[in-house]
Write a protein that binds this ligand. Structure first.
Ligand code: PGA
Length: 253
């Protein structure tokens, strides 16, 4: 595990974008796993800027998003399909046929989970997975007490997650209760993983992910067992971490 601590939210996005851009330069047909939420927006903005300024080429890139709300059609402005389009895809030269998210409108979520896993496998697996982290240390929508062996599946959102996500809706009662999410196993199978976090409200979750026991109560803690993970933080999200952690390389930018 590597940790990169940056001065600001913008700088966190730049560091993350550098890793993603490096992956695409090395392997133009990379398969990226992508995340929604406020956290990765500065990374998407930076990647779009690099695409515009020096022509970072997404034409052979494939993307798989982590999750989608159940019951949300892609044209719903609160869907993650829509979020990705607005915040990233429409600013780069990715091909629509290479963009994948779980289908929140599928009739049979078990079949949809299997279909999504097969699609990922058919593209050769995920080279680089981007993650945010919830205040309850969830990754994707894998909430505390997750089954580490799960692949893409239907999940019931935690009350804490519903409250946190209500800022994007008119009222808390409008937040969907269910989602379909890649599982921990899907995430752990990615070749490389980067996890981004900013803000003081993520500091406890980051501490649990990096320094706590590996336990289903803190889903992100499983990343301690991944062979190549970089955690990119602003200094508020890093504020509870000790200055040295055994087996972890810490870089302060
Ligand atoms: P956020 O969500 O980036 O909007 O804070 C992260 C998450 O819940 O995984």
């Amino acid at each position: 595990m590597r940790i990169i601590i940056t001065e600001s939210y913008e700088q966190m996005g730049v560091e993350a974008a550098n890793i993603v851009a490096g992956q695409i330069y090395l392997k133009p047909d990379s398969v990226l796993g992508l995340a929604t939420g406020s956290t990765p927006v500065s990374m998407y903005q930076r990647l779009a800027a690099v695409h515009k300024s020096v022509g970072l080429d997404f034409s052979q890139v494939t993307t798989f998003n982590l999750d989608e709300y159940i019951g949300m059609s892609p044209d719903n402005p609160q869907s993650y399909h829509y979020f990705m389009q607005e915040n990233f895809f429409r600013h780069i030269n990715i091909r629509p046929e290479n963009v994948f998210l779980p289908d929140g409108m599928a009739d049979d979520m078990v079949a949809e989970g299997e279909r999504y896993e097969k699609l990922i496998a058919s593209r050769g697996g995920i080279d680089l997975q981007v993650l945010g982290i919830g205040q309850n240390a969830h990754i994707g929508f894998n909430e505390p007490d997750v089954k580490f062996a799960a692949t893409t599946h239907k999940v019931e959102l935690d009350e804490e997650t519903i409250q946190a996500n209500s800022r994007f809706f008119n009222s808390v009662s409008d937040v969907p209760r269910y989602a379909i999410s890649m599982g921990i196993k899907t995430i752990m199978m990615a070749e490389h993983v980067i996890l981004l976090a900013n803000g003081r409200n993520k500091a406890e979750a980051v501490y649990k992910a990096v320094c706590g026991d590996v336990t289903p109560e803190a889903p992100a803690s499983i990343l301690q067992l991944h062979r190549d993970v970089a955690i990119i933080l602003d200094k508020q999200a890093a504020s509870l971490l000790p200055s040295a952690i055994r087996g972890v390389q810490i870089t302060v930018k």
